[in-house]
Design a protein around this ligand. Structure first.
Ligand SMILES: Cc1cc2nc3c(=O)[nH]c(=O)nc-3n(C[C@H](O)[C@H](O)[C@H](O)COP(=O)(O)OP(=O)(O)OC[C@H]3O[C@@H](n4cnc5c(N)ncnc54)[C@H](O)[C@@H]3O)c2cc1C
Length: 383
């Protein structure tokens, strides 16, 4: 067992870390006000190889493993949690496109997405289908030329900014549930596509919102995989994004803890630095313990993926634990900073609001625990 980074991994992480410190962190709060991620930033990340690094060089990636891609996303999230949504969506959707699009469609779309020239979104949720995603109703009606999409997707990250989306639609009967769902890659600049933005309490630069499809034509070649298999495909992809989300959340916990340790050395009360009171340091010591365990779980889950080993239960563990733990750690670090932490001098409030969204997005804690229980009850043995 070797927990060290190779020289190549370390060099990539150092590059991402510098970029996050210099280009992302200073704009974290301004991006919340602007309500968008600047395209120049996304393009810079693409040019530096920070997006979809796990894809082969022929597709514009760096050909590294998923662990390394996760380490890069983590560094980006240390600078700006919301910008790391771009990494997440490129990895999640890129994988679906790479595995299930025709060669021509993959060649047309994967490269610009990995290069940061086009933004991609994943559109599964609907007004009446969230956790129970097999209930979706958005209809894809087939004809001689392809399909026509009609319906609404809601709660979609990057809905306001994305150029293209992986859209799940019903090609079969509702009674077929998951078996009647297909996936399509849909450019969002087409006639019949409209969007509305949500007034969210956090992740405002991500621009969550609804996308409406009103008679939108999709050529047959834009179907991802085979008809009726779309749901199965997305569920596999989520095992990957769940581990990445874990690292994304742990990144914000790390930054908050670093600030708290720094602060307790400087702030004095009762004649000494507050770091000399165990009542101040013990909650941080506990947080460090939980942080290390959770981050290790996320990295191990990505390692399992890289080895081609089962990791569905581990991915669900990352997904329910990390966002909750990150919220708890941010909360503690805010309290450690006293009244200053509650005020505008520190971004603890924004961090808390941003991270909290991922206690819901990509599946709630209850759904993750159902996944873990299902896997373990089915007799999966720990190694
Ligand atoms: C920040 C954010 C980003 C998102 N980004 C995207 C995106 O990019 N693309 C996309 O398609 N969707 C996205 N979503 C939507 C997200 O995937 C759904 O919100 C999520 O799956 C839950 O669905 P729901 O909100 O409809 O809740 P519901 O399914 O209505 O659930 C409501 C509550 O009931 C609980 N519950 C439901 N069923 C059970 C059960 N069987 N047992 C126990 N408890 C249960 C849930 O845990 C939850 O607490 C995003 C959501 C958020 C908040």
């Amino acid at each position: 067992m070797d927990f060290s980074l190779s020289p190549d991994q370390q060099a990539l992480v150092d590059t991402a870390s510098r970029f996050a410190r210099e280009r992302l962190a200073p704009g974290y709060r301004a991006r919340e006000k602007a309500g968008r991620v600047e395209r120049e930033i996304v393009a810079e990340m693409g040019a530096m190889g920070l997006l979809g690094a796990e894809f082969p060089e022929s597709a514009g990636g760096l050909g590294v493993d998923c662990v390394t891609s996760g380490l890069l996303l983590e560094q980006v999230a240390r600078g700006d949690f919301n910008v790391a949504y771009v990494n997440l969506l490129v990895s999640l959707c890129g994988q679906i496109v790479a595995q299930h699009a025709s060669t021509d469609v993959a060649a047309e779309w994967l490269k610009p997405v990995i290069a940061g020239e086009k933004l991609i979104a994943i559109a599964l949720t609907e007004p009446s289908a969230g956790s129970d995603a097999a209930r979706i109703r958005l209809k894809a009606t087939g004809d001689a030329d392809g399909y026509v999409l009609d319906g609404e997707k809601t709660s979609i990250s990057m809905a306001t900014q994305a150029d293209v989306a992986v859209v799940f639609a019903r090609t079969g009967d509702e009674a077929e549930r998951a078996r009647g769902i297909s996936a399509f890659l849909v450019p969002l600049d087409q006639p019949g596509v409209t969007r509305t933005a949500f007034d969210d309490i956090g992740t405002r630069p991500v621009g969550r919102g609804s996308i409406f499809f009103d008679g939108v034509r999709v050529p047959r070649g834009m179907m991802l995989g085979t008809e009726g298999q779309g749901f199965v495909q997305v569920m596999q992809g989520f095992d990957y994004s769940r581990a990445l989300i874990g690292l994304q959340c742990m990144a914000v916990a790390r930054v908050s803890l670093d600030e708290a340790w720094r602060y307790i050395r400087e702030r004095e009360a009762f004649g000494k630095p507050i770091g000399e009171f165990q009542g101040v340091t013990f909650p941080l010591a506990e947080a460090e313990t939980h942080y290390e365990a959770c981050r290790a779980l996320c990295l191990r889950t990505l390692w399992l993926k890289d080895q081609g080993l089962p990791h569905t239960a581990e991915a669900a563990m990352c997904k329910w634990w990390a966002p909750k733990l990150a919220c708890e750690i941010i909360h503690q670090c805010l309290l450690t900073h006293g009244h200053g932490g509650y005020g505008g001098d520190y971004p603890f409030g924004q961090r808390y609001r941003d991270v909290m969204g991922l206690q819901i997005g990509d599946g709630t804690a209850n759904i993750m625990k159902m996944v873990i229980a299902r896997e373990m009850a089915a007799g999966r043995q720990a190694e």
